[in-house]
Write a protein that binds this ligand. Structure first.
Ligand code: DX5
Ligand code: ZN
Length: 225
């Protein structure tokens, strides 16, 4: 996997048909998705529950490209090995998930995965300053994590710009997660983001029997970037 800063679309299967993840992953990839984003929620770190490593393992054979696992769980460390074994390429943990994010990121890389760190909207960018030597991705949350379909929080655009400058030449992706649509994508790409997570904006109006809508929705996001 070589590093590149071109814009990548990562549909979140949080907005897919939960009874049909395999076919949904195949459909979005066939329609041009670059990565597949998997939102893991524990009902403790965030007020919603989704699924765990066994679901990720079941989905993995249906994804040809990058499986991007976003852990909205606390604690993180006891589950890293299971998510790595499920076939995750990237594992992202929240800086707010516990006092030892540095150890968590070491463990993610130690398990053979790319390491990501996510920032809630209320967390300053300085929280990742001392972690940039050990991450492959920083995820800027542009909604409060927990649910799909929320409104984009505008103040995170300037935060993304500051983060981009802080990253400099390091091979670190900037991922934007929450409320990404054709109306908001350009502002974050201009600020320096390269991975756009989008749930509702990709899946709306489509289905595995109408997958071309997923393609149209992704093209509408790409067109503004
Ligand atoms: C929020 C999740 C996101 C989100 C994206 O907790 O991490 O991935 O579901 O969904 P949209 O694009 O609908 O905001
Ligand atoms: Zn996410």
């Amino acid at each position: 996997m070589s590093f590149d800063r071109s814009v990548k679309i990562a549909p979140s299967i949080l907005s897919a048909d939960f009874a049909n993840f395999g076919a949904e992953c195949e459909a979005i990839e066939a329609q041009g998705a670059d990565w597949v984003h998997i939102d893991v929620m524990d009902g403790h770190f965030v007020p919603n529950i989704t699924f765990g490593p066994s679901t990720c393992a079941a989905i993995r054979p249906h994804i040809k490209g990058i499986m991007d696992v976003h852990l909205m769980i606390a604690t993180v460390d006891p589950y890293i090995e299971a998510f790595a074994k499920s076939g995750a390429d990237f594992i992202t943990a929240h800086v707010e998930a516990g006092p030892h994010i540095h150890r968590t990121l070491q463990a993610i890389r130690g398990a053979g995965c790319k390491a990501g760190v996510a920032l809630n909207p209320g967390t300053p960018v300085s929280a990742v300053e001392n972690l940039l030597g050990m991450v492959d991705l920083v995820c800027v949350m542009t909604v409060n994590p927990g649910f799909g379909g929320q409104s984009f929080i505008e103040s995170q655009v300037e935060k993304t710009r500051v983060l981009r400058a802080m990253i400099g030449d390091r091979p670190i992706h900037i991922e934007i997660d929450g409320g990404v649509s054709p109306l908001t994508a350009k502002s974050v790409v201009d600020a320096g983001a390269d991975v756009l997570v989008a749930g509702s904006a990709v899946f709306k109006g489509g289905s595995v029997s109408k997958p071309e809508v997923y393609g149209e929705n992704m093209r509408a996001i790409r067109a503004v970037c």
